[in-house]
Design a binder for this molecule. Structure first.
Ligand code: MG
Length: 269
């Protein structure tokens, strides 16, 4: 029986330079592999050891990259190991099968959003009217499914984020603050729903998961076992659940530890 390993990518398996959180002396830092180039610059990294673990995991389990990134943002990541048969993008809005969008899955997601939450246009309009140019750097729509803002974190009033959270909640939307990005995502748009579809298609009997942000909570709860790093929104909230292990590692070393746990869990499964 195959094991499904569904993992968030950013700040779970791959890390920008700003998120590495290396604390050892430079001379003892792990060697890093660049797995994403953006506009001709290195953007995301994992340790070389993590890269080898991910390659091994590709043989031991059905590894499913599970990200809030758009398909375009996902496709510029160059992960080590065999190309994944399944990948989840846009927080569950797109299920890629051998690299191509599954149109039936996407249609079923659109139908759910139509029926269960306020339309994107209303949220976008609210963001445009209330976000202050003082700290707002960019306002973006992702895949016509959800919205995100790029902000100057030091200038962003905590109160504004809190108020947005309440406003969104009343309309069936969730707000997640990750680094310099604020996401507004429809509640029915979940990673877990897409992972359940992969589990159904593969007939897997064991699902392992990892993630660091609020948008990963449902993914972790849907898995048989899960891990979260010592940094991020979930760690800040001291979020936990019975089958979830809160790791002490922070930054890129947490990514390595998570892959080690995935590999161990897959072999036991
Ligand atoms: Mg993340």
């Amino acid at each position: 029986m195959p094991v499904v390993v569904a993992s968030d990518l950013d700040r779970t398996l791959i890390y920008s330079a700003a998120a590495l959180a290396l604390t050892m002396p430079d001379a003892r830092a792990p060697r890093l592999l660049c797995v994403e180039v953006h506009e001709a610059r290195p953007l995301s990294f994992m340790t070389e050891t993590a890269a080898q673990l991910l390659t091994d995991l590709g043989d031991a389990a059905v590894f499913v990259p599970t990200t809030t990134r758009t398909r375009k943002q996902y496709q510029r990541i160059n992960l080590p190991g065999p190309p994944p048969a399944y990948a989840i993008c846009a927080n569950g809005g797109h299920l890629l099968v051998d690299g191509a969008t599954d149109q039936d899955w996407h249609a079923s997601v659109l139908a759910r959003l139509d029926a269960e939450c306020a339309p994107l246009a209303e949220v976008q309009d609210h963001l445009t009217r209330t976000a202050d140019p003082l700290w707002l750097r960019k306002q973006r729509i992702a895949e016509d499914l959800f919205a995100y803002l790029v902000v100057e974190r030091e200038l962003l009033p905590e109160e504004w984020v809190k108020e947005l959270g309440v406003w969104a909640e009343n309309r069936g939307w969730t707000v997640s603050l990750q680094g310099r990005k604020i996401y507004a995502v429809p509640k029915p748009l979940t990673k877990s729903a897409a992972v359940r579809e992969v589990v159904r298609r593969t007939g897997a009997e064991l699902t392992l998961a990892a993630g660091d942000s609020l948008l990963d909570a449902d993914l972790l709860l849907a898995a048989d076992r899960g891990w979260r790093p010592g940094h991020g929104e979930l760690a800040d909230a001291a979020w936990t659940a019975p089958e979830i292990t809160a790791l002490p590692e922070r930054g890129v070393l947490a990514g390595e530890r998570i892959l080690r746990e995935f590999l161990k869990g897959s072999r036991l499964g």
